[in-house]
Design a protein around this ligand. Structure first.
Ligand SMILES: [Ca+2]
Ligand SMILES: [Ca+2]
Length: 193
């Protein structure tokens, strides 16, 4: 009997470990909902249109954060519309009011901002008087969600939490019915787009 109980406990432990999203702490039931087979995003990632987003509460330099994102087949987050800006801000605010890394950088050429995922730089949400390239130079982009609301350039060696993004598994706008989303309590902001 005790052997059977032991096996059951081990199986439950193994199953829990497989479901865990690496790097995510305080994972709520809401956050792991994205891991079901119907979701176009991996467990712990949140869908917005044809992309998936995940917040990682791990201190990292910009380059290290980008490396960590790439290990999850993503990149540091890029933003291309007011709706995406609001979506990412809301995602971050659920965890912290501290600035977080985004995928923008102008390290290759001062003042020429690029996204680490290679997408076009087509929208800007800099805070007033930014980017400033202050001090020894500021070549990496952070997002403010506390007092500030926009982007700031900062030294790439600073330690920040970060947000990764990736295309959905299909790369298309695969959005299950809103009713189903609502029932499951999945983070849902598409109505604000
Ligand atoms: Ca710069
Ligand atoms: Ca700055």
């Amino acid at each position: 009997m005790s052997l059977l109980l032991c096996c059951i406990v081990m199986a439950l432990h193994l199953a829990t470990g497989l479901d865990a999203a690496p790097g995510v702490v305080n994972t709520t039931e809401e956050e792991v909902e994205g891991g079901d087979s119907q979701s176009p995003c991996p467990a712990g990632w949140h869908q917005n249109e044809h992309r998936c987003f995940s917040f990682y509460p791990v201190w990292a330099t910009w380059a290290t954060a980008e490396l960590y994102c790439s290990q999850h087949r993503g990149n540091l987050v890029s933003v291309h519309s007011p709706g995406q800006q609001v979506f990412v801000q809301d995602l971050v605010r659920r965890h912290t009011d501290q600035p977080v890394w985004m995928g923008g950088y102008d390290a290759a050429q001062e003042g020429m901002w690029l996204w680490s995922d290679g997408s076009a730089v087509d929208s800007f949400y800099w805070e007033e008087d930014e980017p400033s390239n202050s001090g020894q130079g500021e070549n990496c982009m952070e997002l403010h969600t506390g007092g500030g609301q926009g982007w700031n350039d900062v030294s790439c060696g600073e330690l920040r939490f970060y947000v990764c993004s990736m295309e959905t598994r299909s790369g298309l706008a695969v959005i299950p019915s809103q009713k189903k989303k609502h029932e499951r309590g999945i983070y849902w902001r598409s109505t604000r787009m």
